[in-house]
Design a protein around this ligand. Structure first.
Ligand SMILES: C[S@@+](CC[C@H](N)C(=O)[O-])C[C@H]1O[C@@H](n2cnc3c(N)ncnc32)[C@H](O)[C@@H]1O
Length: 256
């Protein structure tokens, strides 16, 4: 069970200097485009490769949907496709490939290369998660790993996910969280705020992008805040799985 944290409500991410949602989205898009070439390497390095475990666990959580041949699956903010591939690996006799989508072409180029090399059936499409190019009630499952935090408006995002999900369809949001209490809270705060930005900056050469990461985690809604937003957008049965000492949370829910 996750403790509620007192936090001011926040409509969405605001990278330093962004005055409105349009500027916030443009800054996020630009940052991820810049770090795309080193993204996988840094991800695995900064998480000690645990990111692979978290994505595999996320996919397993939705095994009951992935095993249905007729299920339609969308992985949003897919980056270079690692969660998309974890989902694809659990599919049995699928009638349609998993779709991965992102609004940074440099990420999608890498995802397509990896799909080709790994012989994955997944397809990748450019799309803004806040304005999805899919008809209503298209999907049985929507997932997003470490992407939701970057949306310029969380409520609009959840409403858009609810629109393209079928009634009874499920949503999984995998995100970082900064623990505020417990014996390791101080260590993780130091790691997120000091060590991670400094390694990220040294290897990627991009100080802004890796300083943005800890800030965006701190400002992200608490589990109770996100659960309330999900309820407002038309989701029920919100469950929260907490991994890695509470630093990684999977919120899953059913569209009513
Ligand atoms: C931290 S990366 C996560 C990538 C991947 N899901 C993973 O697990 O490694 C966040 C991704 O979200 C994408 N993103 C952020 N905001 C988006 C939006 N509004 N629409 C589509 N993609 C978005 C970024 O381009 C980036 O590739």
């Amino acid at each position: 069970m996750i403790a509620a944290q007192n936090q001011p409500p926040l409509s969405g991410t605001r990278p330093e200097g962004a005055r409105d949602e349009r500027e916030a989205a443009a800054r996020v898009q630009d940052m991820f485009a810049r770090i795309a070439p080193r993204y996988d390497f840094l991800n695995h390095l900064l998480s000690f490769s645990l990111d692979r475990v978290w994505r595999r666990r996320t996919a397993k959580t939705f095994g009951h949907i992935l095993r249905r041949p007729d299920a339609r699956i969308l992985d949003l903010c897919c980056g270079t496709g690692d969660l998309t591939f974890s989902l694809e690996r659990l599919r049995t006799s699928p009638r349609a490939p998993v779709i991965g989508s992102d609004f940074v072409e440099g990420m999608l180029v890498r995802a397509r290369e990896k799909a080709k090399n790994g012989r994955y059936a997944a397809v990748f499409a450019a799309a803004d998660a806040l304005h999805l190019p899919f008809p209503d009630t298209s999907f049985d499952l929507i997932t997003t790993a470490f992407g939701f935090r970057n949306l310029a408006n969380y409520e609009d995002g959840l409403r858009e996910f609810a629109r393209v999900l079928k009634p009874g369809g499920e949503l999984g949001i995998l995100e970082f969280s900064e623990p505020t209490s417990g014996p390791l809270a101080g260590f993780f705060r130091f790691y997120f705020r000091q060590i991670l930005p400094s390694i990220g900056k040294t290897i990627s050469g991009d100080a802004e992008a890796y300083a943005y990461l800890p800030g965006s985690i701190t400002k992200f809604p608490s589990p109770s805040g996100l659960t309330a937003l999900m309820g407002k957008a038309g989701f029920a049965d919100v469950r929260i799985a907490s991994w890695n000492f509470g630093t990684v949370l999977l919120h899953s829910a059913r569209r009513t």
